[in-house]
Design a protein around this ligand. Structure first.
Ligand code: RBF
Ligand code: MG
Length: 311
């Protein structure tokens, strides 16, 4: 996949460009279906499949008071889009100037002239441009004169047993609620966080005999506090683990941490970038009256996780 991180880097229109446009936070199965329609159409017209997204996420630029944490930061989003088989990712640096572009200019100058759009794939609720004034009908009204086709994709069916339609908002709610199995169905993969291993309180290994790798999260969505069965990716290897997210209420410092104990592992990984995939929530955090009870419980968590992984 070729990535264009600035519009000026697009020197000439792409051959028979088929495009879809969105924030694609989460690259969930609904987004993936759009990408597959783009790829299919591109194949049919011997064209180029293109995804256009924005960085930073527009809500970060346009919202005055904070914004929801993201399911996928840019690096992971680009990786996931690449995995779908899309030829080109156009990542528009988003700022207020770009946001003020009219829907007309967006279609004619950017999509048609610069990119060479021959077809656009949109979801049923698609709107775009300044104040979301661009609609599917507007897009369709330009199509004959500017020589492109508008393909409105149907919603894909919600996975078995889950309610409502698939959306980034719904997935955020599920993750915040610790419903990782439900989130997994809509993402088409496990929810993942990434971070560098930082120095913790140096208590897990020394005091409890259960060392943990602590990671700092930035803009990423954090699952509900509690204990989880996870897998951990370090460079090209994957391990099983148990994660604890929360305040370790047994202790007095009440510091929020995201930490993972990696099973059957004892290398020093300070400073390394790791990825943690959430498989299943095991329980809430508990305030224990003494450390040996905490250790006993963590040993049971490890056994519970091993049971989950053996399935
Ligand atoms: N700390 C608590 O105070 N209560 C808990 O229920 C708790 N559960 C944990 C479960 C696992 C699997 C792990 C790895 C840690 C847990 N901790 C808990 C955090 C523990 O206190 C922490 O790792 C050490 O204090 C090191 O900072
Ligand atoms: Mg630790």
């Amino acid at each position: 996949m070729k990535i264009f991180d600035h519009l000026d880097k697009i020197r000439e229109p792409f051959k028979n460009a088929v495009i879809t446009i969105g924030n694609f936070d989460g690259v969930h199965i609904g987004h993936q279906a759009l990408f597959h329609e783009v790829i299919e159409k591109a194949e049919a017209i011997d064209g180029t499949s293109i995804a256009m997204t924005f960085e930073p996420h527009p809500i970060r630029v346009l919202k005055q008071n904070g914004h929801p944490p993201l399911i996928t930061l840019y690096e992971q989003k680009a990786e996931l889009i690449e995995r779908t088989g899309i030829d080109v990712l156009i990542c528009v640096p988003f700022n207020k100037a770009f946001a003020s572009m009219s829907a007309h200019q967006f279609i004619t100058d950017l999509l048609v002239k610069r990119i060479g759009m021959k077809a656009i794939v949109v979801g049923k609720d698609y709107s775009f441009g300044k104040n979301r004034e661009g609609t599917i009908d507007m897009m369709k009204s330009y199509a004959p004169d500017y020589g492109f086709e508008v393909i409105v994709a149907n919603w894909i069916k919600t996975p078995l047993g889950s309610a409502g339609r698939i959306s980034s908002t719904r997935i955020r709610e599920l993750v915040i609620d610790g419903q990782m199995t439900e989130a997994e169905k809509m993402l088409g993969r496990n929810y993942q966080i990434r971070g560098r291993v930082v120095t913790g309180r140096d208590r897990g290994g020394k005091l409890l005999g259960i060392p943990t790798a602590n990671i700092n999260l930035h803009d990423e969505l954090c699952p509900k506090t509690g204990i989880y069965a996870v897998t951990v990716e370090i460079e090209d290897r994957q391990y099983n683990g148990v994660a604890n997210i929360g305040y370790s209420p047994t202790f007095e410092d009440h510091e929020f941490t995201v930490e993972v104990h990696i099973l059957d592992f004892n290398a020093n990984i300070y400073g390394e970038k790791i990825r943690v995939n959430f498989i299943k929530r095991i329980r809430d955090e508990i305030k224990f009256s003494n450390i040996s009870e905490l250790i006993e419980q963590i040993k049971m968590d490890i056994a519970a996780a091993r049971e989950i992984f053996s399935k």
